[in-house]
Design a protein around this ligand. Structure first.
Ligand code: ADP
Ligand code: AMP
Length: 217
């Protein structure tokens, strides 16, 4: 099962993916997480990506397509994966189709999580992320049991630099211009299931679960 989680920054893709990978036993591929790890390590990939990410702009297509293609061909992805934050442009979606086609595979479902813009700003500016395992929290909507400490691994929580108000606004603009065309792109293939993401985390999770089916994928 190959699932794409589509939606604006702050829609709750990572929050839902965390639950879905456990339920469906899928590999989680989040290009944002991979790029942040590369920036942290100072690798050539990280050095290339850093400036784009700080400004809230997209890293060039060929860079992210390379990352995802390599990851998808790894043996652990054979039984399925959830893609979060990729594809983000039509060119990336076309490249993904080609890579999957060469492997005799295809996208099974695109879950589009729609959230109102005001809510996205509140979510992103209040988001906290674990430095160790990248688990995501919100200071009001999904706080950790102990302030600034990850429930899952005890790591320290921090605020992403690109979750500042001005960068959030740029990211939402980039999303509208470059990523929303994917709703039609996949819609034409009948692959999109739209979910109202303005609700509680567990309600959204149960709707996505019923879209994907309860059984073993
Ligand atoms: P994305 O991966 O789409 O950028 P996240 O999963 O990181 O989004 O969620 C963004 C922020 O909103 C996080 O702080 C998260 O805890 C919070 N959040 C996620 N889903 C909901 C929800 N349904 N209601 C309220 N807050 C949410
Ligand atoms: P995210 O963690 O998904 O919010 O992504 C954080 C940042 O990483 C984005 O603002 C982009 O700079 C970069 N990024 C993540 N995924 C992609 C992608 N598919 N294409 C281009 N840039 C990406």
């Amino acid at each position: 099962m190959l699932i794409i989680l589509l939606g604006p920054p702050g829609a709750g893709k990572g929050t839902q993916a965390d639950r879905l990978v456990k339920k469906y036993n899928l590999v989680y591929i989040a290009t944002g997480d991979i790029l942040r790890a590369a920036v942290k390590s100072g690798s050539p990939l990280g050095q290339e990506a850093k400036a784009f990410m700080e400004k809230g702009q997209l890293v060039p297509d060929e860079v992210v397509v390379g990352i995802v293609s390599e990851r998808l061909t790894a043996p652990d992805c054979r039984d399925g994966a959830i893609l979060d934050g990729f594809p983000r442009t039509v060119a990336q979606a076309e490249a993904l189709d080609q890579v999957l086609g060469e492997m005799g595979r295809k996208v099974d479902r695109v879950v589009y999580i729609a959230v109102d813009e005001d809510e996205l700003i509140t979510r992103l500016t209040g988001r906290r992320v674990c430095r160790e395992c990248a688990a995501t929290y919100h200071i009001k909507f999904n706080p950790p049991r102990v302030r600034n400490v990850c429930d899952q691994c005890g790591g320290e929580l921090y605020q992403r630099e690109d979750d500042s108000l001005s960068t959030v606004q740029e990211r939402l603009l980039v999303y509208r211009e470059q990523t929303t065309p994917l709703i039609d792109h996949y819609g034409r293939e009948g692959l999109v299931s739209k979910v109202d993401g303005n609700r509680e985390i567990e309600k959204i999770f149960s709707e996505i679960s019923s879209i994907l089916g309860a059984g073993s994928p």
